[in-house]
Structure formats: C-alpha cells, structure tokens
Design a binder for this molecule. Structure first.
Ligand SMILES: [Zn+2]
Length: 205
C-alpha cells in the first residue's frame, strides 16, 4: 500500500486542480486536501489502542461510503458558515476517496487483499491486478511499525512513489499550461459582444 507521502502528494495534485474560494492561502488548501487524502488511515489508531495497528486497517474508512460521509460533513461545515455546499462536498469527498484509489493500486501482501472500495454497497475487497505502488513492510506492533520506516525495501518503495508523483505533477503542469494557452487563444479569437454590435451598427448606417 502507498505511504502517507504518496497520499499527501495526491492531495496536492487535487488541490492544484481546484479553484475553490474557501481558503485564503494556497497552502491552507494544500494541507486540507493532503490531510483528507490521508484520513482513511485513521483506522491504524483503532488498532494501536489494542497494541495491533493493523487490526482494523483497510476496512470501512477505505471506502466510497466513508468518502461520501466526509464530503457531507465538510460540505455542511462550510454551509453553516454561509458558503456553498457542493464544491466543498466534492473537494473533500474526492480528496478522501483518492486514498482508496491509491491503495487499490498498491501491492497488498496481507489478507484480505485490497480495500472495501464500494462499501456499503459491497463488502468485497478490491485490488488492482497490476499494482503501481510497492507494498510497505510494517510489522504488527507499534515499535515494528516505527522501525519499518528505515528498512531498505520501504526506502525503495518511497523513492518509487516520489518518481510516480513527479511524473504526475509534470503531466498536470503540462495540462494546466495547455489549458491556459487554449483559453487565451479562444478569448483573442472570439469577438466581444460590444465589438460585434458596434460592427453591425456601422453596417446599418
Ligand atoms: Zn490506507
């Protein structure tokens, strides 16, 4: 499964694609999306309380249903403050569900494999037959989990995640640049209403 680094970078990609007006500073939006993109792994804490971090991992928090609930909660929070509900619902829901998508493309080696992506509609576990991200060696106790950060296998997996996201960020930059260039070109070519009416007026006289 991808690490928090991959999930945070995915949150950054979503934040850069968003044009929402809810946060004054771009970094606030980045942190919001990155935090929600990591939120499903909150289920580690349910297990840590019992000395086994993996005990409840990849269950209902890794699902469409959970992402919708988070979207609803965030949408309502902003609605109460006089903002529009739907843009925040989409932003929060997509950020949260991006975690499920990334985990789906992770190489899972512990049963049950994958995530319950479609809960509550289905309790089946789903995992991509062609994983993009390597599995992380974590261990079953909190101490093993902390030690695992420095294992060579995990270091290589993290490096690969950074490579994937550098590519994705480059693609996003290229797309944004092209879209901006296209918009500018269309604006230049389309005659303004005022100009068109003026031209018609000249012809009539
Ligand atoms: Zn996860």
């Amino acid at each position: 499964m991808p690490s928090p680094i991959a999930h945070s970078l995915m949150g950054c990609l979503i934040a850069r694609s968003s044009s929402q007006p809810y946060f004054e500073k771009p970094w606030q939006l980045l942190i919001f999306c990155a935090a929600l993109a990591n939120l499903p792994d909150i289920d580690y804490f349910f297990g840590i309380a019992q000395g086994a971090p993996n005990l409840y991992h990849r269950q209902f928090t890794h699902s469409l249903g959970f992402a919708v609930l988070i979207g609803l909660a965030c949408g309502l929070f902003f609605k109460i403050r006089g903002r529009r509900f739907w843009p925040m619902f989409y932003l929060a829901g997509v950020s949260c569900f991006s975690h499920v998508v990334l985990d789906f493309f992770g190489n899972d080696t512990s049963h049950p494999l994958g995530v319950v992506a479609l809960w509550p509609f289905s309790s089946a576990y789903f995992m991509s037959p062609v994983p993009i991200f390597s599995n992380l060696l974590k261990g079953d106790t909190l101490v093993e989990l902390l030690k695992a950060v420095f294992r060579m296998h995990n270091m290589a997996a993290l490096l690969w995640e950074v490579v994937v996201f550098v590519l994705l960020l480059s693609l996003q930059n290229w797309h944004m640049k092209n879209r901006f260039a296209l918009t500018t070109m269309v604006k230049r070519r389309a005659p303004s209403r005022e100009h068109t009416e003026g031209a018609q007026g000249v012809r009539e006289f």
